[in-house]
Structures are given as C-alpha cells and as structure tokens.
Design a binder for this molecule. Structure first.
Ligand code: SAM
Ligand code: GLN
Length: 284
C-alpha cells in the first residue's frame, strides 16, 4: 500500500471517529512514525511502508480515533519558538498561552528592568517560564508546580533547550516553596469550574490532567489566592500577569478591584481570537 492510500484511509477512519483535523493528524502521526517531514508525503506519495511500520501506524490512528491528543501520541508540542516534550502528566501548552508570554515581554521592555526576577506559578511543561528565560537572557526565572512528575518534565524541557541554568524549579502549593520578591509573577493557573469541566471536549477531559484544569466549583479559586497572595511576593511596581478563561474577565477583574489597595493599572488583553486572555495589575 502506498503512503497516499495509507493517509487516505487513516483520514477516513479519523473522520468517522469525529476528529476534526483528520487529514492533518494522519499526516503528522505518519511523519512522526517515519521520522520525516510531512512534505515527504507530497514529494513521494508512492513510497510504501514495512509491515511493522503499518501496524504501528494503525495503532496510533486507533488511539487518535479514541480521542487521545496528537501531542501525547508524539510526545511533543510546538510552543513559542521551540518544541516541548509533553506526556499525560502535563497540560499540552496552548497557542493562547503565547499571549501571556507576549504581554510579559512587553511589560519587561516598558519597565527596562535589569536582571528581572520572574516567577511562573504552575509551570506545567515549562512553557511560559522557558519562553521568558529564552527571550530575556539576563532574567532569573523561578518556576513552580505542585506536581513532582510535572516538574520533572519541565526540567527535561529546560535541559533540552539549554535553559536549565537560567531557571530554578520548585515543588509546592502556589507561593509555599518561594522566597523573596519578584519583578514579575506570571501564571496560567487551572481555571475550569465544575460545570464547564463536565462539558470539556472528550480529548481534553479524558486525557489531560484534571489537576491542571479544574479550579474548584467556580473556576476562580486560584485567582482569589494568587491575586491576594502575590502582592507579598512582588517588589514595588512589580507586575502580576494571569491567563484567564474567555468568560472570566469581569470576575477576575473584580477580584483585582477588591484588592485595589495593592494593585493599580489593571488591564485585560485579548488573544488572537479576540477573547479576553490575560489580565495584569501592578503592585502599588
Ligand atoms: N503553565 C503551563 C502552561 O501554560 O501550559 C501549565 C498550566 S496548567 C493550566 C496549570 C498548572 O498548575 C499544572 O501544571 C498544575 O500541575 C499546576 N498546579 C495546580 N495546582 C497547583 C498549586 N496549588 N500550586 C502550584 N501549581 C499548581
Ligand atoms: N485553556 C485550557 C483549555 O481550554 C484551560 C487551561 C487552564 O485551565 N488554565 O482547556
């Protein structure tokens, strides 16, 4: 069977299973298996696979048809300007999260800090912390997570990107493992409430870690704690930047406003779909 036909049939299987990006996923998975570029299939559509390769590919397609995210099947996901290792212990970094990186960089530029101290709470794969460490070479970055397995993955990613010397990884609940004060604190905390969690796409709910997504009943639990506690870890004029869910703008702004004694210049930035995505405030 030729590559052309193999991709055609796999695409059909994925479509029947209701996978929206069927063709792309089939190509990405085959390229992963053959360790080649997807372009190779366009250039050489009449290539064939060995029996073993074919069997392996069928297994991958069956798993994808069962809803398993492509990133967990390939063990990697592109984020910012690099590729991160991922596994089912970590949330797959979302393109939306690049917006908090952009916003953080714009704050760093405006403030013209020298050797800023930056803290990323709930670092997951390390996505935000690594992007900031890479873009701000003189920054000293601390990244935390409550999960040991998650931190292990983040550390592997740091080593692969040769950023392990720019980042300190700490395990613990929110600020508990952290000392001193920071110029900037960033976080993409869990923010899915109980009701919304039940309605998440099956690929997310059945495969991604609940601890990375669920935030109590309302989805606001982490914002309450982060906004209230962060001022004790920010230098004067230090910034707190938080990713928010598309429908949480009013509520999270209200939490900042309730702490007006601590924060000023509260502002919300949208993502590229035009949805509220990042909220920030500066410590007075
Ligand atoms: N920063 C990563 C990203 O943007 O892709 C991961 C974000 S994920 C939505 C939230 C992360 O917070 C998870 O890695 C989870 O393990 C971690 N987490 C959950 N509860 C926590 C807590 N109480 N303290 C620290 N980290 C926590
Ligand atoms: N944006 C993620 C999702 O769509 C949620 C991430 C989070 O809870 N911080 O599932």
């Amino acid at each position: 069977m030729t590559v052309r036909k193999i991709i055609f049939e796999a695409t059909q299987k994925l479509e029947e299973a209701g996978i929206p990006s069927a063709r792309l996923d089939a190509e990405v998975l085959l390229a992963f298996l053959l360790r080649c570029d997807r372009l190779a299939f366009i250039k050489n559509p009449d290539d064939t696979l060995s029996k073993k390769q074919l069997a392996d590919f069928d297994r991958l397609i069956a798993r994808r048809a069962g809803g398993e995210p492509v990133a967990y099947l390939t063990g990697r996901k592109a984020f910012w300007s690099f590729v991160l290792k991922v596994n089912p212990s970590v949330l797959i970094p979302r393109p939306d999260t690049e917006v908090i990186v952009e916003e953080a960089l714009s704050v760093v530029r405006q403030e013209s800090w020298i050797r800023p101290r930056i803290l990323d709470i709930g670092t997951g794969s390390g996505a935000i912390a690594l992007a900031l460490a890479r873009e701000i070479p003189d920054a000293s970055v601390t990244a935390t997570d409550i999960s040991k397995a998650v931190l292990k993955t983040a550390q592997k990613n740091a080593a692969a990107l040769k950023l392990n010397h720019s980042i300190v990884f700490l395990e613990g609940d929110l600020f508990e493992p952290v000392g001193g004060r920071f110029d900037m604190i960033v976080s993409n905390p869990p923010y899915i409430g109980a009701e919304e969690y039940e309605s998440l796409p099956a690929g997310v709910k059945n495969f991604e870690p609940e601890e990375a997504l669920r935030a109590g009943q309302t989805g606001l639990e982490f914002y309450e704690k982060l906004i209230y506690q962060a001022h004790g870890y920010l230098k004067e004029n230090g910034w707190l930047l938080l990713e928010i869910g598309a429908r949480q703008k009013q509520e999270v702004r209200a939490i900042f406003e309730a702490h007006k004694d601590f924060y000023e210049r509260i502002d919300v930035r949208e993502d590229y779909a035009g949805l509220p995505r990042v909220i920030k405030g500066r410590r007075r």
